[in-house]
Every structure is written in structure tokens, then in C-alpha cells.
Design a protein around this ligand. Structure first.
Ligand code: MN
Length: 257
């Protein structure tokens, strides 16, 4: 993976040493109302008053276009709009499930779409943020699929299909993915260590925050003799999970359901 340092990375305004909140892999879905209820509560409580909320992808189990924002999703968009209207900057990176989130979603919620990966300036620290699927280079079949569906040509063609066709195709893709496991919680291949090291070097950062693997943890390591840290966010299948940065300290927290 090649990191793309973005000098124009937006920096949220606010007092020094503010609170930053990170979340990913909520996998919101009509079939999981408990997770949705918990996420709405999270937006009203833990995320409220933060300088910024970073959503690092896979907020939704599937997203086939911004015209597919009806039903139970409307409540999520409204809650995000209320959060951003209250002064919390909300940034969104695409996951592998919701990479078709676009400008209409951002207009309705007040969220700002960031490229993946991106370097965020958190107080005096530069941190690389990414969904994490690009690190899973050992999963060759997935990386091949990713390289196809992330092209503008593929996305234009897909989004030109009627909504019902897109929903049908997404359901088929998910059924195919589920067929590989007997558990309801999908197992995701872990990151490739060399890909992570390369990202630390290319971005010249000491910290990376990502999700996708559903293996919440804080990994300390050395790159070129320098201490680095990789923080992995957790998924919301069985409980809530988020990361908070306060006064420069990071804490991974779970929310019992
Ligand atoms: Mn993912």
C-alpha cells in the first residue's frame, strides 16, 4: 500500500488538546436493530462534544448508492446531521462495504469524505488513518476485486443500474461471502506485516489507526529503530467499540450491549 500524504487534510477547529473519537465496522443493517440503536446512542453520548469523529469505513453493512438511504438508515443520517450541526467535525473514510458513499450522503449528514489513506493532524501529532483492507495483501482474491470495484469506470456503470438491481447484486455478493463461514460474524484475514511497515515509512508517521480486521488491539513495534503504534478498531457485531484520544492518550473502549 502506498500512503498518500495530503497537505490539505482538514484540521478541525477547537481548543488545544481536544477529544477525538474513532469508530469503524459498525456494519449497520436492517437485520441488526440493536447495533443501530447502540450506534445512535453512541453519537448522542460518547461522540457528543468531541472535536472530531472519524468513521473509518464499513459504517454500513452495504451501501449501493446514496439513493439507498431510506428505511432505518434515515435515522442514522439524521443523527449524524445533528452531531455535525452541534459542532462536532465528522470525517468519513470508505470501507469495503460502503465505498459508494458519496457527495449526497455528505451533504445530508455534514460529514466530510476523506481519501483512504489519509494523514490527520490531531493536535501536534500526524496520524495515518485508513480502513485497513488495503493492508490485507495476503488475500489476493479480495485485492483483485478491490482493484476493480474502486475504479471510476466500474462505479459509474454500477451506479447507473436501477436501485433494485444494485440491492439484488449486493445481497448476492454478501450471500457468497457468508457461504465461506458457518458463523454469523465474518472472519476477515489479518493485515500483512510488510504492508504495514511500508505504510509507516511512506507516511513518516509513528501511529496508524485502522479497522476492517475486527481484531481490536494496540500493537507496539519498531520501524527503523523508532517506536510505532498500530491501533485496530473493533467491529460492532456483538458490542459497541470505539477509540478515544484525549490529552494525547489513546484508549480503546467497548460498549456492552
Ligand atoms: Mn471492512
Amino acid at each position: 500500500m502506498t500512503a498518500a500524504p495530503d497537505p490539505a487534510t482538514p484540521r478541525a477547529p477547537g481548543p488545544a488538546s481536544a477529544r477525538y473519537v474513532f469508530v469503524s465496522d459498525v456494519h449497520l443493517d436492517a437485520a441488526a436493530p440493536d447495533a443501530q440503536w447502540q450506534f445512535l446512542e453512541f453519537l448522542r453520548t460518547q461522540a457528543a462534544g468531541a472535536r472530531a469523529l472519524y468513521i473509518l469505513g464499513d459504517l454500513f453493512e452495504a451501501w449501493v448508492g446514496d439513493d439507498d438511504a431510506g428505511g432505518e438508515r434515515a435515522a442514522v443520517l439524521t443523527a449524524l446531521r445533528e452531531l455535525t450541526a452541534s459542532g462536532v467535525a465528522c470525517f468519513f473514510l470508505h470501507g469495503n462495504r460502503d465505498f459508494l458513499i458519496g457527495e449526497d450522503f455528505c451533504r445530508e449528514t455534514g460529514c466530510q469524505l476523506l481519501p483512504d489513506p489519509v494523514i490527520a493532524q490531531l493536535d501536534d501529532e500526524r496520524v495515518l488513518l485508513t480502513h485497513g483492507d488495503a493492508f490485507c495483501t495476503d488475500d489476493h482474491a479480495y485485492q483483485e476485486l478491490r482493484s476493480i470495484v474502486r475504479t471510476p469506470v466500474w462505479q459509474r456503470r454500477f451506479l447507473a443500474l436501477p436501485l433494485s438491481d444494485r440491492q439484488l447484486l449486493a445481497n448476492e455478493a454478501r450471500a457468497g461471502s457468508r457461504a465461506h463461514t458457518t458463523r454469523s460474524v465474518p472472519q476477515v484475514m489479518d493485515v500483512n506485516a510488510a504492508a504495514v511497515t511500508a505504510a509507516f515509512k511512506a507516511a513518516r508517521v509513528r501511529r496508524i489507526i485502522h479497522g476492517h480486521t475486527h481484531r481490536p488491539a494496540v500493537h507496539d513495534a519498531l520501524v527503523d529503530g523508532q517506536p510505532v503504534q498500530r491501533i485496530v478498531l473493533g467491529a460492532w457485531y456483538e458490542q459497541g467499540s470505539y477509540l478515544v484520544r484525549e490529552a494525547g492518550n489513546y484508549v480503546l473502549r467497548t460498549l456492552p450491549r
